[in-house]
Design a protein. Structure first.
Lengths: 178, 82
């Protein structure tokens, strides 16, 4: 055969038998588990350092979104803040209040949308439901409320700014929802 | 001078299976606890409860060190004579 004439000395340079390369011994498995363990410890360290020393930047100042008349009652408008890539959603509720939330579901970052007339924000990926008035989770897998922005109305113009719970005054006209 | 591993292999040559099983089970248990710690720390950090992150990191590091030290008792398997 033609292959017999080839120089087969390369096999001496790579003395790995097929059996050794395909089978994983329990010894190797235990070492691999230890490697995974080290990776998880490093990951925990990264989370701890990022959370304590490098918190996410807060939104500074107020940002113009749109004119009030551009958004019909029950309508929504997607927007991004200049210098950021985070998508937000502005909702004009049925009682003429405005709400603004991050448009990424807190479960797996799918885009959420407002269901007009229901007072609920829905994530279509896994049927997560959020309260459109507060951003709290009502149902489904999302572990956290939707991050919220404070909406400021100045005449006909709608602005958003960083959310502070003190700004959230209870609305006397708000109806209780079952 | 022989170490623990050599003495163990000579005195109890049939016990490597048990030892290996115990070792792997404890490593899997450690890794499971570490996954839970990381999940909890991450979820709390995203919810702006950062107090849990460092205790979780310390616990995770201790579990890793336990698993790493545990490897000393790994049976060496049959000696291959060349």
């Amino acid at each position: 055969m033609a292959t017999d004439k080839k120089d087969n000395h390369w096999k001496e340079d790579f003395p790995v038998y097929q059996l050794e390369s395909t089978q994983v011994s329990r010894r190797d498995f235990a070492k691999f588990l230890c490697l995974v363990s080290g990776g998880l410890a490093v990951g925990s360290g990264y989370v701890a350092i990022k959370a304590n020393f490098f918190p996410p930047d807060k939104m500074v100042g107020e940002h113009f979104v749109c004119k009030k008349h551009e958004l019909p009652v029950g309508g929504t408008r997607s927007f991004v803040i200049n210098g950021s890539t985070i998508p937000y959603i502005l909702i004009r509720m049925e009682n003429d209040e405005f709400r603004a939330y991050e448009q990424k579901c807190t479960h797996l970052s799918c885009a959420v949308f407002y269901k007009p007339g229901s007072g609920k924000i829905e994530c279509p990926c896994h049927n997560g439901l959020f309260d459109a008035f507060t951003g709290e989770v009502l149902a489904g897998p999302p572990p956290r409320p939707l991050p919220r922005l404070t909406v400021v109305i100045k005449g006909e113009e709608v602005y958003v700014k960083d959310f502070k719970p003190d700004n959230d005054k209870p609305d006397p006209n708000r109806q209780s929802r079952s | 001078m022989s170490n623990f591993r050599e003495a163990q292999n000579q005195a109890h040559p049939n016990k490597t299976n048990t030892l290996m099983l115990a070792l792997i089970m404890i490593l899997i248990l450690n890794v499971s606890i570490q996954v839970w710690l990381l999940y909890t720390a991450l979820n709390n950090a995203l919810e702006k409860n950062t107090d849990i992150a460092f205790p979780s990191f310390i616990a995770s590091s201790i579990l890793f060190l336990i698993g790493f030290g545990w490897l000393y008792f790994l049976p060496s398997g049959p000696r291959v004579t060349k």
